[in-house]
Design a binder for this molecule. Structure first.
Ligand code: ADP
Ligand code: MN
Length: 302
């Protein structure tokens, strides 16, 4: 499936026809793009109910979209993150008082954007998962419009929503069991609102980006956290790395728990061992004599 859309047809074409073909392709693509933009993409914004929804929140999104009416916003952020249904979710969260304003992007990932935002009770982090990622879009063009596969887009969105729900529940479950993770406050569809780790100048750094004074001590501490995740929360984090640990107020905080699974998952033990291995590798890179067998035993023994 994967290599199908990118198949190279050039060997089937005569060389002298190539420029002509390219010219046509360009033209077709251009008009398709234009068609896309004109006819479907932003049309919904002009509908009455959405237009009023948007004018109710656009001043709360100026940090990420730019100032002015929606005609002037940054279309790239817009297309990638704030599609119609996401805006509706943000709108609801704003109405309910969970979000006041969304200020600036902290991180732009392949699967999600994380934004610095404010609520009445202070700063928050808002993680917005992309509902239309590139891979999905690429496949969609071969399927959309085929009546046998109706509702695929909806089903994709539902899958993303389940993922967000999973991250929310994993974070809550870890926190309840003493693991140091940001408090997950609420989700709505593909939007997750959580405690912000940072200060007014910016987010706290990831472990990856800092030089640790006492790596031995941090190694022990992170092993303890892994042990709590496994023994007390009954989960495997499954993406434990220095990318997903933040150093906030002198402590290590674990983030990014969408992929975490319960011990019942058939690969739970495999994920756990990978997490411990990664931690040991980090420790060794930082001059700590970390023994994988010993570390694993510490995490799993009752
Ligand atoms: P991804 O799935 O894209 O890796 P993460 O949950 O790891 O998403 O978040 C991406 C980045 O956003 C992190 O590396 C971190 O820098 C930042 N971040 C995530 N959660 C928070 C938070 N609660 N407060 C501040 N920054 C955060
Ligand atoms: Mn991450």
């Amino acid at each position: 499936m994967e290599d199908f859309p990118d198949q190279d047809w050039s060997e089937y074409e005569a060389d002298d026809e190539r420029p002509e073909i390219e010219k046509h392709e360009k033209l077709i693509n251009k008009s398709l793009d234009k068609f896309d933009q004109d006819s479907s993409k932003y049309h919904w914004m002009k509908e009455k109910k959405y237009a009023s929804m948007f004018s109710a929140i656009e001043h709360k999104l100026t940090g990420v979209l730019g100032r002015g009416q929606y005609d002037w916003v940054d279309r790239r952020v817009f297309d990638q993150v704030f599609d119609q249904s996401t805006l509706m979710s943000v709108f609801k969260l704003m109405q309910q008082g969970h979000i006041d304003t969304i200020e600036w992007p902290i991180a732009r990932g392949k699967e999600a954007h994380v934004f610095f935002a404010k609520s009445q009770s202070g700063p928050i982090a808002v993680k917005i998962f992309h509902t239309s990622n590139a891979v999905f879009k690429g496949l969609m063009q071969y399927i959309e419009g085929d009546p046998r596969f109706g509702g695929l887009r909806r089903r994709h969105r539902e899958l993303v929503n389940v993922w967000v729900q999973k991250e929310h529940r994993n974070l809550m479950r870890m926190r309840k069991n003493g693991v140091r993770v940001p408090e997950s406050l609420i989700t709505r569809n593909n939007v997750l609102v959580m405690e912000y780790l940072g200060d007014k100048n910016g987010p706290s750094p990831r472990l990856r980006d800092v030089k640790v004074d006492d790596p031995q001590k941090l190694f022990k501490e992170l092993l303890r956290q892994l042990r709590m995740i496994w023994q007390d929360a009954g989960l495997a984090h499954a993406d434990f790395s220095d990318y997903n640990i933040m150093i906030h107020k002198g402590e290590a905080w674990i983030i990014d728990a969408g992929q975490s699974v319960t011990q019942h998952h058939p690969k739970a033990k495999e994920f756990l061992v990978r997490d411990v291995t990664r931690l040991c590798q980090w420790a060794q890179r930082n001059g700590v004599e970390a023994d994988l067998a010993e570390a694993t035993l510490f995490v799993i023994e009752e």
